[in-house]
Design a protein around this ligand. Structure first.
Ligand SMILES: Nc1ncnc2c1ncn2[C@@H]1O[C@H](COP(=O)(O)OP(=O)(O)OP(=O)(O)O)[C@@H](O)[C@H]1O
Length: 337
């Protein structure tokens, strides 16, 4: 059986770069191409095609914004990258490793897998809700791999903070954070504690509320916890889906400042946001999606100046980038319960 987590010589790179990562599970960044590359990806929910041939890339060290109106396909794109949804077409590459989809040079991906696959009958793939996405098979020597399951994508270095936070409400704050470190088999206890210290430094309120059931936290605190939990896995790339949604303006400013700090600490960020102005202020580049396709891409400054972006997403604001930050990192200490 072919392991999709292995390097693939057919890896597409922007300049036809080398064979990809020699260290797919490590933190070494062995690929000389983008950290993340999505090529011509299509994702459908049954008859509804939500993503129609999207291509994007994220270089190591960047913050990249994914903008667009409701229903544009932003969440679906993140869910595909993190392994929750398999692409029906196209592929996703992470540091030289194909994590979803078929090789571009190979045969077109087959239809979504059926449960009677030989590999699954033989018990060689994980069971549960991600079973179909995880399934792989060889057919006449050709690969047909919908995608790695979420836990393997996480182990490779991608953490996803979904819209709506999805914390474990009955568990304490400390237990939620411990769950984030669970999949990182490379670390020992000392490293876990150092990771916890880093999260507590970013979010002092989480340290204060360590023993509190997570379900009793305020909305802002739950968002902090969701991000903190994702950071406990030591991701190289963090996917943030609407981190400012439903938060009071002061907390929104705090969240964006924290994202900037996370990036300054070396973590690459792919950020989905309705708050396009704030997202572009902390981003290096951005993509604008509309009905499942990329309609605009470019540097964050250029996008913020673009008349189409300003009319559609920035309310025609003339405010220059960087002029609207009113928060300090101390704001997070003042989060209202
Ligand atoms: N589980 C689902 N079943 C069927 N259709 C879905 C499902 N989830 C999303 N869609 C559809 O896919 C399209 C893209 O949705 P998606 O959530 O990715 O958009 P989005 O850009 O993230 O929008 P929003 O900001 O409103 O979350 C929409 O038309 C949506 O109705």
């Amino acid at each position: 059986m072919t392991d999709p987590a292995r390097s693939d010589p057919a890896r597409p790179g922007p300049a036809g770069t080398g064979p990809g990562s020699s260290d797919p599970a490590g933190n070494g960044g062995a690929s000389d191409g983008p950290l993340l590359e999505v090529r011509d990806a299509e994702v459908a929910y049954g008859a509804v095609t939500a993503v129609r041939g999207i291509s994007l890339r994220v270089e190591a060290g960047e913050v990249v914004a994914l903008l667009g109106a409701n229903g544009a396909g932003k969440t679906t794109t993140l869910r595909m990258i993190s392994g929750l949804l398999p692409p029906a077409r196209g592929a996703v590459w992470f540091d030289g490793t194909r994590i979803a989809g078929a090789p571009l040079s190979g045969p077109a991906p087959a239809a979504p897998p059926v449960r009677s696959a030989p590999a699954e009958r033989a018990g060689r793939v994980s069971r549960g809700r991600h079973r179909d996405a995880a399934r792989q098979r060889d057919a006449a020597g050709q690969r047909d791999v919908p995608g790695l399951p979420v836990h393997r994508v996480t182990a490779l270095g991608i953490s996803h903070v979904p819209e709506g936070r999805r914390i474990f409400p009955a568990m304490t704050v400390a237990e939620n954070l411990a769950m984030g470190a669970y999949l990182d088999r490379r670390r020992d206890r000392a490293e876990t504690l150092r990771g916890l210290d880093r999260v507590h430094a970013l979010f002092p309120r989480l340290a204060e509320r360590s023993r509190q059931p997570a379900g009793t936290l305020s909305g802002g605190e739950q968002q902090m916890l969701a991000i903190g939990r994702a950071l406990m896995a030591r991701p190289r790339l963090i996917l943030l889906d609407e981190p400012s949604l439903g938060l009071a303006p002061l907390l929104v400013a705090t969240i964006f400042e924290v994202i900037r700090e996370i990036n300054a600490g070396g973590t690459t960020v792919l950020l989905v946001e309705q708050n396009a102005a704030a997202a572009l202020r902390i981003s290096h580049r951005g993509y604008v999606l509309d009905t499942g396709t990329v309609v605009l891409e470019g540097g964050a400054d250029d996008l913020a100046r673009d008349a189409r972006v300003r009319d559609a997403y920035l309310g025609g604001s003339d405010e220059p980038r960087g002029a609207q930050d009113t928060s300090t990192t101390n704001d997070r200490d003042a989060m209202a319960p």
